[in-house]
Design a protein around this ligand. Structure first.
Ligand SMILES: *[C@@H]1O[C@H](CO)[C@@H](O)[C@H](O)[C@H]1NC(C)=O
Ligand SMILES: *[C@@H]1O[C@H](CO)[C@@H](O)[C@H](O)[C@H]1NC(C)=O
Length: 268
């Protein structure tokens, strides 16, 4: 009897352990270290093969001195509309997702609609080898399905007024995600986008890829020259909903493979 009971308890314990270890974000099959880390992405799924075979991958290190000043580049005009969105936990990052029209960025005469934004920490792109605390990606898609990303780098310092709007939402999400086996969602009211559509005097452009699987290529990258600030408290708050293993969600630097980085600079 005692044996059987102990065995039953052991079995229950095992089942519980298995359930607990599998519970956190079952829907993400890649990670940032170990057996599912960035160097393995290409072999995790046939759909991810560009992650290892691609020749135009992101992120990259931007060498300022090697960037080619191009006076014909566009102003990177962003015409965003304040609209309501949803905060979604994708497991490997937290995303502000738009379902209504949130406006667009114009790149080479084409409009790309803002579909979502998310953060990586530490930054994915580096500038002259320097890595920053955080990188914000504003992801846009055109009618023909092509993608343009505007990236903003942050160092730690003063609080970022834009992120202040999301503090309570990150807190709410951190409470919700315990043991989540699906994407947690928190509705956000109308978000003020003024801070991310401010006129840009300097940016770097190159053609790369998504920085997470499936690592889709032909993404037009626009990395703003102005590094912004956010507080340590804000950084901790936005990472809180993520599992420990995804709090560092920065893909390593990828080879340039002969690509050039172009520079838009109003002061030159
Ligand atoms: C881009 O959007 C703006 C505003 O909606 C519009 O005026 C413009 O014609 C659009 N441009 C293209 C190329 O579709
Ligand atoms: C995060 O991951 C990147 C890329 O894999 C690595 O270079 C970096 O050292 C890690 N940073 C921390 C703080 O663990």
């Amino acid at each position: 009897m005692a044996m059987a009971a102990r065995e039953a308890i052991l079995a229950l314990g095992m089942a519980f352990l298995l359930a607990a270890s599998a519970s956190a974000h079952d829907f993400v099959n890649f990670g940032y270290s170990g057996a599912t880390g960035p160097d393995k992405w290409g072999s995790l799924s046939p759909e991810y093969k560009l992650c290892s075979n691609g020749k135009q991958q992101s992120p990259i290190n931007i060498v300022k001195e090697a960037a080619l000043l191009n006076r014909k580049l566009d102003r990177l005009d962003r015409d965003y509309v304040d609209t309501s969105a949803t905060l979604v936990d994708y497991g490997f990052n937290i995303v502000v997702k738009y379902s209504d029209d949130a406006g667009h960025v114009t790149v080479e005469g084409k409009n790309y609609s803002l579909i979502q934004m998310h953060w990586h920490s530490p930054s994915e792109h580096t500038i002259n080898g320097e890595r920053f605390a955080v990188e914000l990606h504003l992801v846009h898609k055109s009618d023909d399905g092509s993608i343009a990303v505007v990236a903003i780098l942050y160092q730690l310092g003063r609080p970022d007024p834009f992120l202040v709007q999301l503090k309570d939402k990150f807190d709410e999400m951190a409470k919700e995600t315990c043991g989540a086996d699906q994407e947690a969602r928190v509705p956000i009211g109308e978000m003020e986008l003024r801070a991310v559509k401010r006129h840009t005097r300097k940016y770097y452009r190159y053609v790369g890829s998504l920085t997470s699987p499936p690592c889709t290529e032909n993404v037009i990258w626009n990395i703003l020259g102005k590094v912004r600030q956010m507080s340590r408290e804000q950084l901790v708050g936005m990472r809180a909903p993520l599992d420990e293993a995804y709090r560092n969600n920065s893909r390593p630097i990828q080879p340039l493979n002969g690509r050039t980085v172009q520079l838009y600079d109003e002061n030159k």
